[in-house]
Design a binder for this molecule. Sequence first.
Ligand SMILES: Cc1cc2nc3c(=O)[nH]c(=O)nc-3n(C[C@H](O)[C@H](O)[C@H](O)COP(=O)(O)OP(=O)(O)OC[C@H]3O[C@@H](n4cnc5c(N)ncnc54)[C@H](O)[C@@H]3O)c2cc1C
Length: 437
Amino acid sequence: MKQTHYDTIVVGGGPAGIAAAIAAARLGQSTAILERHDILGGMGTAALVNNFCNAHFDGKRYIIGGIFAEIREALISRDALYVTGGLEPYNHHAFQEVIGELCREAGVEVYTQADVSGCAFQDGHPACITFRGQAIEGSSVVDASGDAIVAAMAGAPFMAREKGGRPLMPLTYCYVLGPADMDIIRRELPEVIMQDKHSGQDYLYLGGQEPLREWVRQARECGDLSIPRERIAVAYSIPGTPENIAVNFGRVSIADPTDPEQLSQAEKLGKQQVEEGVRFFKKYVPGFKDAKLLELARQIGVRESRQIEGLYCLNRDDVLGCRQFEDAIAQCSYAIDIHEADSDKTTMIPIPHGKHYDIPLRCLIPASGPSNLIVAGRSICATQEAMSSFRVAPSAMAIGEAAGVTAALSSLEGVPMREVKTHRVVARLQETNGILN
Ligand SMILES: Cc1cc2nc3c(=O)[nH]c(=O)nc-3n(C[C@H](O)[C@H](O)[C@H](O)COP(=O)(O)OP(=O)(O)OC[C@H]3O[C@@H](n4cnc5c(N)ncnc54)[C@H](O)[C@@H]3O)c2cc1C
C-alpha cells in the first residue's frame, strides 16, 4: 500500500522532474513523482527526442554535472549514447532503464499514468495533489510538468506573451525509421557517417548536409513535401541499433499547446507530416528505400507553452552577455535556438565560444501563489529567447536538480521556498557536482 503523505511531490517525469525527485530523495525526503504517461522521460522518451544538446563550453569541458552526468555516464557504459562533442544521441529504452534505476535507488515512489487533475494549497499546510481520482499530500511541490500545470491550477501568475513578440515555437512529431542500408549510405552519402568517440562505431547523422538540403528543396518544389522546413532538423542512428534512425522533421504551429482541442489538431497534422517524411526518405535518400516506420512517439513534441512569472525573468541580454548571478543554480552554454512559428526558418544565435551564462534560483520561484511550490524545467521565468536556449534536456535536468534540493530544504526546515537560503542550495549542488567550476 503506497503512502498518502510525502515530504516532496514532483509533478511531471521529464528530465527536470526526474532530477528533482532524485535530488530530493537523496536528501532523505520521502518523495513521489507523478507522470501522466506510462513511462518516465518526458520529451526524451514519450516524444522520442532522444538526444542531449551541448552541456559543455567547447566539446570537452562540461558545465553540467550532477544527475545529468550520472545518467550520461551510465548510458555510455551501456554503449547507449554516442559520445560526439556536440549533440549526443542516446537509446531511449536504455535511458528509461537508467532513470528508473536511479529513482529506485534513491527511494523515489514512481506513479505512472498519473495525470494530475487538481491541487489544493493552503499556507502552513501540506498541498493536496489529485490524480486518477485519488489524492496525496506533499509538504513541498515541484511543478516539472513543462506546462506549469500545478502553478496554473494554483493561480500563480504567468508571463504575458510580449506585445508584437513571436508566437510560440512549433511542435514536432518524432519517429523511428528503419532499417537504413548502411552499406549503401557509406557508398552514396559518406558525409552523414560519423564515429562514436567512445566505441569507435559508425553511426548516421543527417541534418543540414548539402545533398539533403537539395533533396528537401526538390521534394518541396514538386509537391512531395509540405512540411514547413527548409531542411531535416536532425535524424540520427539510435545507439545499439544504428540502422534505425530517430527522425525530428516536422513543424506544426498552434497558438496554445495547453488547449486540448488545439493539441489534438496539432497531433493530427503532425501524423500526416510523419507519413510525408517517411515517403520523402524512401524516395529521395539513398539507403532508405526499404525503410519503414518502426516507432511513433507517444505524443507530439511540445517545445514551449507557459512561462511562470517568477522573482527574476531571464532574458536575451543575460544569455548572450553570459551573465553570472549570485544565486546561480545551473549553467548553460547552448545557443538561442528559436524554431519560428508559421515559417520554415530557425533563428540560431550562439553563446560566445568557451563561455556560459547562469540560471538564478529566483527564476524557479513563482512571484506569488503557494509558498511551498517551485517550478522546474522549461517553464521557469524567462523570455522566449532565453528559454529557447535552456529548454534543452541537460539544462532542464540541472534546473530540476536545483528545484529538488530547494524543495527538500523547504520541507526539512519548514520554511517557504523563497526563504530557503540560496547558499545552502548551492552548497549541496557543489557537493554533488551539480554545479561544476
Ligand atoms: C521536437 C523537440 C525536439 C527537441 N530537441 C532537443 C534536442 O535535440 N536536444 C535536447 O537536449 N533537447 C531537445 N528538446 C527539448 C527538450 O526535450 C525539452 O525541452 C525537455 O524535455 C524539457 O524537460 P522538462 O522536464 O522541463 O519537460 P518535459 O520533457 O516536457 O516533461 C514534462 C513531463 O510532465 C508530464 N506532465 C505534463 N502534464 C502532466 C500532468 N497533468 N500530470 C502528470 N504529468 C504531467 C509530461 O507527460 C512530461 O513527461 C526538444 C524538444 C522537442 C519538443
